[in-house]
Design a protein around this ligand. Structure first.
Ligand code: FES
Length: 328
């Protein structure tokens, strides 16, 4: 029987077309300089990244069209790092497209496990490819590429500075100390005992801490306080009772897990819940943890009354907020 003709015969490779760089050494040199220029721009951008990181203040704001007002530091870091990475990529692509060999090669399918002679051939092809890429011959490209690749990781290294410095004593101190009045965080008015309603949380801050304070966010992150009125006979913890006033107790509002503001209060059980990971604290029992990942009870502020207003009888006796390694 006559063999049927294959309707999908392999058309073979199209004839190879030489690029201008393959036949004109001056064009090849121009491409080489373009690639090198891109790598040099990448190096300059990395240096610019480090300079911006060191020189631009964190709070400096600039107008950038069309974004509007934005952080000068973030904009500069993003721009310089973007340029550094883009130029490395563009340089590599331009090098591959214009100078590396573009001879079309057809390779037949073969079993997955290579024969020893195939492996030898692959290694030889690899060596040929490296030779044809001009990697060894085009020293300008090779050296600038190494320079760009060596410099760009420095951008990540300088960012490590943001891990420090260690907080040292800052986690142990707050704005609360003896004689500081409790001020309603919403109305900004000093709190009297009669302002603390049964069944709800009242949020307070130290008198003198104003929202236009340049460091307000950092301070309120440690000073935020919540007050609740309990029946004195419901308070199980002896120290909590001593530090309360007519059943009014004051605890740090900052969750001891990872620092979310604790805010959901359940009047019947005296439980307060952190919405982030559901740590639950018993406000009638020293705000000890009864559920969830928090590692410590909420710190209590010793309060008293003077001239009819609530005030701190002392500062916090333990660090507020997450259970950092400094805690004993
Ligand atoms: S931050 Fe409160 S439970 Fe995680």
């Amino acid at each position: 029987m006559e063999k049927a003709e294959n309707p999908f015969a392999d058309p073979g490779l199209p004839p190879h077309e030489h690029r201008i760089q393959d036949i004109d050494e001056r064009a090849a040199k121009r491409s080489e300089r373009t690639v090198a220029l891109l790598f040099v721009v990448s190096m300059l951008a990395t240096v610019g990244f480090i300079a911006a990181y060191v020189a631009i203040p964190v709070d400096k704001v600039v107008y950038i069209w069309p974004i509007g007002l934005t952080s000068a530091l973030n904009f500069s870091l993003g721009l310089t790092l973007g340029v550094a990475l883009f130029c490395i990529g563009a340089g590599a692509v331009h090098w591959a497209r214009t100078l590396m060999s573009d001879e079309e090669v057809a390779d037949e399918r073969h079993p997955i496990e290579a024969e020893p002679e195939v492996k030898t051939k692959v290694l030889a092809d690899f060596a040929d490819g490296a030779k044809e890429s001009g990697f060894g011959r085009r020293k300008l490209i090779r050296n600038t590429m190494f320079g760009a690749l060596a410099l760009v990781p420095l951008s990540g290294v300088v960012l490590l500075r943001d891990l420090g410095p260690l907080p040292e004593n800052k986690l142990r101190t707050t704005g609360w100390k003896r004689g500081i009045r409790l001020v309603n965080q919403s109305t900004n008015l000093p709190l009297r005992p009669e302002d603390i309603a049964v069944g709800s949380l009242t949020f307070a801050k130290p008198e003198g801490l104003e929202e236009d304070d340049h460091d307000f966010n950092n301070k309120i992150a440690k000073d935020a306080l919540m007050l609740v009125r309990l029946q004195p006979q419901d308070i199980k913890d002896k120290r909590e009772l001593e530090w309360s006033h007519e059943g009014i107790v004051a605890f740090s509002k900052i969750c001891t897990h990872v620092g979310c503001p604790v805010s959901l209060y359940e009047q019947q059980t005296h439980h307060v819940l952190c919405p982030c990971h559901q740590s639950t604290f018993d406000l009638a029992d020293g705000a000890r943890v009864i559920f969830g990942p928090a590692g410590h009870a909420l710190p209590q502020l010793n309060i008293t009354v003077k001239d009819g207003f609530l005030e701190a009888a002392s500062g916090f006796e333990e660090p507020v907020g997450p259970s950092f390694w400094e805690r004993g």
